[in-house]
Design a protein around this ligand. Sequence first.
Ligand code: ADP
Length: 562
Amino acid sequence: MRRRIFRNMCTLALAAILLSSTLVLVVLYPLFNSQMQKEMQIEAAYITAGLNQAVNKNAFLKTTEIQNSTIRITLVAKDGIVLFDNMAPAEKMDNHLSRPEIAEAFATGTAQSVRLSATLDSQTFYYAVRLDDGTVVRLANTTGSVFSAFIGILPLIILIAITVFGLALPLAKKMTNKIITPINTLNLENPADNSVYEELLPLLYRIRTQNQQIKHQMDVLQAQQEDFAALTSHMSEGLILLDTKANVLTVNQSAIYLLGAEKISYRGKNILTLSRNLILHRAAETALSGRHCVDLLLIKNRTCQLFASPVYENTTVKGAILLILDVTEQQKAEKIRREFSANVSHELKTPLTSISGYAELIKNNMAKAEDISTFAERIYLEADRLVALVDDIIQLSGLDEKNIQLPPEKINLLELTNLIALRLLPQAKEKNVSINVAGDSIHIFAVKQMMDELISNLCENAIKYNKPNGKVKIDISQQNETAVLTVSDTGVGIPREHQDRVFERFYRVDKSHSKQTGGTGLGLSIVKHIAEYHKAAIKLESTENNGTKITVILPKNSEHPV
Ligand code: ADP
C-alpha cells in the first residue's frame, strides 16, 4: 500500500512537472516570440520613418542608437548588395537578394521570416521594410529556440523531480500510517468503541453486523455440536464420522474404547491414528468409494460388528459413517446356546434310547419274566434322570432368559442350610457321609427358591463325589458386608485342569461316574447363574483325592439382588 501511494504520488508529481513544462514551452514561449516580433515591427517603423526623412542616410545609420542597438539592422540595395550593417562590415557581406524576407520586401513592401540556426539552439526573426528610395532595411533579432529553452529549464525540471521524489517517500509513509494505523488497531470485537476517520465508519458498521451474524451462527453451531456430542457420548455403539480424506470428524468414547485407542482428541487426524486395524481401514475406504459394507472386527478378545456407509450430498460422497457394535457377549451366548442345544439333544437321547430299548424288549415279549422287574427298574431310573435333566434345563433356560418370577426376600441363611442338610440326610447316609452345618445366623436378601437350589446343588455334589465315611461341612460366616457360604468335602476332588471348566454346561470330570451318581452335568452351571443373579462371587479350591471347597460370597445388604 505504502509503495502504491508513493508510486501514485511520484506519477502525479511527474505529470505536474511535464504539464507545467509543456505550458511554458507551448504557450508562454510563442507569446514571448510574438511580443518580440511586435516590438521589432515598432522599432522597424521608427527606423523606416527616420531613414525616409533623413537627408543623409549614412549619418542617420551612424548614430549611436543604431550602432549600439541589440537588434541587427541591415540596409540592402535594390541589387541585393549590403549597404550597411551595424554588426558586421557591409563590404564583407554577401548578396542578400536571395534572403526570402528581402526578396519579398522588394516585391510587397514588408516581409518577415524566421530561421533556425544550424545547431538548432537559436532562431532569428527577420523583419524587412522597403524604403521610399527602393532600398530595404531589415531588422533581425536572435533568441533561443524552443529546444534550447527546453534544455535551459531541464536542470530545473530534474531538480524539482528529485525534490518531489525525495519528499514523496516520507509523505507516502506518513499518509499510509495515517490510513493504516487506525485499521490495524481496530477493536474488531467491539467496532463501536473505535474512534476512527469517518471513511472507516461504513466498514466498522459492516464488521459489527457480521460479528452479530457470526455470533448467532456460532451459538447455533455450538448448540448443535453439544447436542450431537451428548447423544453420541451416551451411545454404547462406537461411532466414527470421516471426511472424504478419511480424516476423523467425530469419534465417540465407545469407539475409542472398542478400538482400544488412546483417549486423546482425533479430530482432523487420519483414521490410521485412531486404529491401524486393516479391516476398519478397508471398510472406511469402501464407504468412501460409495459402497456400504459390513464386517467383523476382532480387537483384543472382543468381537465387534462393523457397519460402514458412505455419506452422500446429492450424488457425491462427502464422507463416511462407521458404526461399531460390541457383539462379544452375543456371540458367546450364541455359541453357548448352540452347544447347549447340541448337548441337550445328546443328553436326552441317551436315556430315551435306553428306555425305548427296554420297553421294546418287554413289548415284543423278548424279556424273560425274571428280567422284567430289572428292566422296569432301569426304565424308571432313566425316566427319573430324564425328569431331573428336563427340570435342570427348564431352570437354566429361565435363568438365561432372566425370566425370574419370584421376588427376593429376607432369608436366614443358617436356617435354610440346616433345612437342606436335613433333606439330604438320607442321601448322605446312603453314601455313609456325615453333614455338618456351622456358623452364624446371617440374613441375606435373595430369592429363596434359588438360594435353596444353589446350596442343595453344592451339598449334593459334596455328598455325591465324596468317599465312604467322608465328611461334608457347611459353614456360614459374615465378612465385612458379605455373607460367606462354604461347602467343603473330603471327596475325590477336582483335578487342576478341570477346575476352570466344571461350571460349564454338561461338563463332567468323569462322565461315567457322574452318570452313575445321577448327575446331569448342569448343577454347577445353575449354581453359577444363581450366584451371578444375586451378584455373588464363587471360589473353587480343590485337591485331587483330598476334597473340594466351594465358597460363595453374597452381598448381604443389597436390597434387591438383581
Ligand atoms: P453333575 O450333575 O455331573 O454333578 P455338576 O455341574 O454339578 O454336574 O458338576 C460338574 C462336574 O464337576 C461333576 O460331574 C463332577 O465331576 C465335578 N464336581 C462337582 N462338584 C464336585 C465335588 N464336590 N467334588 C468333586 N467333583 C465335583
